[in-house]
Ligand binder design. Structure first.
Ligand SMILES: [Zn+2]
Length: 230
């Protein structure tokens, strides 16, 4: 059984097939909704991921929805689902990639948000976090490059929200001890990894939500009966 809090991680939101999205980065609005409804039926209470900062680890069954990479379809396909269900989400953006295109997804659904789009999400009551400036493997950067990726993206998110950016998600879920220390030094309070594990605020576990399946597959993952990354 995956321990509470269950922090699900998604990328973009759109109904596409493997031909357009071979790496399965996009989840359909229907599957996203099925996941939320399953967790609600199981008694999970949804919070914004930022509420897990500080003392973190609330008692009881708690879940949070997180989304990585800064997709334009968050606004067109993701936000309407969350608003209809009355749940919040935390959206991790790469300000250095605003307005560009994700190379792994063909066509319109590969488009990334621009700054105005990120502001729109914030104004809709969603939480924004940093996913670095340009999505590198942080372990491979010099100390100066690392500080620029962490500090630059934090400042850019704060310029949009007008409040401290406390949340980070590691690009590709990759980090080492030096990267964790740099994240701490940059002033982040909660930094998310990619896979389940023990709760540590700067290596906080997440569960990749099944991008092509609904409630049944998520239920198996919650029980630990399927490999978390699949
Ligand atoms: Zn990413």
């Amino acid at each position: 059984m995956i321990a509470s809090p269950v922090v699900l991680v998604y990328h973009g939101v759109a109904a596409v097939g493997d031909d357009q999205d071979p790496n399965r980065l996009l989840v359909s609005p229907e599957h996203l909704e099925a996941h939320v409804r399953l967790l609600r039926r199981r008694g999970y209470c949804f919070v914004a991921a930022g509420e897990l900062a500080g003392n973190g680890k609330p008692s009881g069954r708690t879940a949070a929805l997180t989304f990585d990479d800064g997709w334009r379809n968050w606004l067109t396909s993701g936000l309407p689902v969350l608003q209809r269900l009355g749940v919040g989400g935390t959206f991790f953006v790469c300000p250095g990639l605003f307005g560009s295109v994700h190379t792994d997804v063909a066509g319109e659904e590969g488009a990334l948000l621009d700054e105005a789009g990120a502001r729109e999400l914030h104004e809709a009551g969603m939480e924004l976090g940093s996913h670095s400036l340009t999505h590198p493997d942080l372990r491979k950067l010099s100390d100066a490059e690392l500080a620029a990726e962490l500090g630059g993206s934090k400042a850019a998110v704060e310029a949009i929200t007008g409040s401290p950016c406390r949340l980070f998600a590691y690009p590709y879920g990759l980090y080492d001890e030096r990267v964790v220390e740099a994240v701490r030094a940059a002033g982040y309070e909660l930094a998310f990894a990619w896979l389940p594990g023990p709760w540590r605020p700067l290596e906080a576990p997440r569960l990749p939500a099944p991008p092509r399946h609904g409630a049944g597959r998520l239920a198996l993952k919650l029980l630990g009966l399927r490999r978390p990354g699949r």
